[in-house]
Design a protein around this ligand. Structure first.
Ligand SMILES: Cc1cc2nc3c(=O)[nH]c(=O)nc-3n(C[C@H](O)[C@H](O)[C@H](O)COP(=O)(O)OP(=O)(O)OC[C@H]3O[C@@H](n4cnc5c(N)ncnc54)[C@H](O)[C@@H]3O)c2cc1C
Length: 487
């Protein structure tokens, strides 16, 4: 039997790689974790989820202070934002979380951490820092990077991405964001709230293109009302440095050309897999521009080499990367043939209001040819939401033709948190009657979950048949007011 230096080698110390490393090492596998940067944690910790959510919170506080009058408080003249202080707060949150993702912690769990950029030399071995290292199994978890599309002039014009935006040395006076996905929408609102004049440029007529139109358009309206300027249905013709700012030439559907000018250009137009230097083509691993091809057990076209996280190009979320990392541990270490199932993978865009979802939205159901019915409740009918000055948003629950829930989307305050109940309901196959009957504390935002389940059940409970039955058995006398009865 062939002998190897390690049982499992992992390339990439982000959400996916760290999950595999911690699971495998704690189960007694001889584990090697390789990271090319100086610190573990990956994009989520250093340039993604953590800094973005920290910035969003700062912007939210500033926005609330500026809008103090809406809460019956005196108006305040707010001084401008010092982005260096904001940056310091972001760095301090990263540093606190970094301790959990430190080399020492992984060493204490039993995993060896090596820094560097490996290249495969055969199906079981890599070359790293002048050494040849072999492993029985490998996991490629090298993540993704911002995609820079081939727009005329973009490559030679200074622009920023998520790698730079959290460490700027001052707040830009103006910014053009190319793209309108979750990262673009979150950053547009946060920077606008902090005082930057923000333009969002998007090829299609909708932001957050995977979401249902009504939900995405509601986000657009909120952001536009706060001052974000949207340019939808436009093509970017050219980008150039005009000396005193950067210019983006755009063309609308009527072929009218106009030029936007700003201090910074943020490129948020999708992600590219980090494949460079790994030499995957030489060991027969299939990949394309989106990422590495995997089966449901996260195995690449070389069955002992797995891939997990953004590198597969599928569901580019930290929780998806962690989930896939767990699937790898089951298959590679436990030898349990566990398959990834994304039916109820939740997601959330952290604009204010947040837009969260699980399962199918209307767009996905239509694409899949599934018949569905939609039940909705609005936040303007939720007492807690009104008390907190949130009047925007709604919940949408989709049922299939057998009246089984197939998806839920929530646009509203703390939508990501509110989705938690649906994660349990959908994964646990909990009946809607159980959710509708369960007592929820008053007044909470969570009551909206109970109410939408109730909206489905109400017509059944209060039907004419039920009323007739009760009248027949218990001699109920009917309406006491309205419809001409009882008066
Ligand atoms: C601005 C922004 C906000 C986001 N917000 C959210 C959010 O709120 N919620 C959410 O779920 N997701 C969010 N995401 C997505 C999330 O960050 C990613 O889905 C997640 O980081 C993917 O984890 P990963 O392990 O696949 O990759 P990564 O976290 O990127 O880790 C990959 C690691 O591999 C290393 N690496 C790369 N190439 C090599 C190599 N050749 N050799 C060795 N090491 C290598 C990298 O340095 C990195 O440390 C956000 C992303 C961005 C950009």
């Amino acid at each position: 039997m062939a002998t190897y230096d390690y049982d499992i080698g992992i390339i990439g110390g982000g959400a996916a790689g760290l999950t595999v490393a911690s699971g495998a090492a704690q189960l007694g596998a001889r584990t090697l974790l390789i990271e090319k940067e100086k610190e573990l944690g990956g994009d989520c910790l250093h340039f993604g989820c953590v800094p973005s959510k920290t910035l969003i919170r700062t912007a939210q506080v500033y926005h609330t202070m500026k809008n103090a009058q809406a809460f019956g408080l005196p108006a305040i003249e707010m001084p401008p934002v010092d982005f260096v202080k904001v940056k310091e707060r972001i760095q301090s949150v990263i540093a606190t979380i970094q301790e959990h993702d430190s080399e020492e912690r992984f060493c204490s769990l039993g995993a060896r951490v090596e820094l560097g950029e490996p290249a495969f030399v055969d199906e079981h071995s890599i070359h790293l820092n002048g050494q040849r290292i072999s492993s029985k199994n490998w996991v490629i978890a090298s993540g993704s990077s911002p995609q820079i599309p081939p727009i005329e002039g973009l490559h030679k014009t200074h622009h920023i991405t998520n790698k730079d935006i959290f460490s700027l040395d001052h707040l830009p006076a103006s910014m053009i964001i190319l793209g309108a996905g979750p990262i673009a929408a979150e950053m547009a609102q946060a920077f606008c709230r902090l005082g930057t004049k923000v333009h969002v440029v998007q090829r299609s007529g909708q932001i957050l293109s995977k979401e249902d139109r009504d939900m995405a358009d509601a986000v657009t309206q909120v952001l536009a009302a706060e001052g974000v300027i949207f340019h939808l249905n436009v093509a970017v013709l050219e980008v150039r440095d005009a000396g005193d700012g950067k210019e983006v030439r755009i063309q609308n559907k009527d072929e009218e050309v106009s030029t936007l000018k700003a201090e910074q250009i943020l490129v948020a137009m999708g992600r590219s897999p980090n494949l460079e230097g790994l030499h995957l083509e030489e060991i027969g691993i299939e990949f394309d521009g989106k990422g590495i091809k995997v089966d449901k057990r996260m195995r690449t076209t070389q069955k002992h080499i797995y891939a997990a996280g953004d590198i597969t190009g599928a569901y580019q979320f930290t929780h998806a990367a962690g989930y896939e990392g767990g699937i790898v541990v089951s298959n590679a270490i436990f030898h349990l043939p566990r398959k990834a199932d994304y039916t109820f993978l939740p997601w959330c865009t952290y604009t204010d209001p947040e837009l969260a979802g699980i399962g199918m939205n209307e767009k996905a159901a239509k694409d899949a040819g599934i018949e569905y019915t939609v039940f909705t409740e609005t936040f303007k009918d939720n007492d807690r939401s009104l008390a907190e000055e949130n009047k925007t948003g709604k919940i949408k629950m989709l049922l299939d033709k057998n009246e089984k829930p197939i998806g839920v989307q929530i646009l509203g305050p703390q939508a990501g948190e509110l989705l938690g109940e649906w994660i349990a309901v959908l994964n646990g196959k909990v009946k809607l009657s159980t959710l509708a009957a369960a007592v929820h504390p008053y007044p909470t935002l969570g009551e909206i979950n109970k109410r939408v389940a109730g909206a489905y059940l109400s017509p059944k409970i209060f039907s004419d048949t039920v009323k007739k039955g009760l009248k027949f058995f218990f001699h109920l006398k009917g309406r006491a007011c309205g419809s001409g009865e009882g008066r």
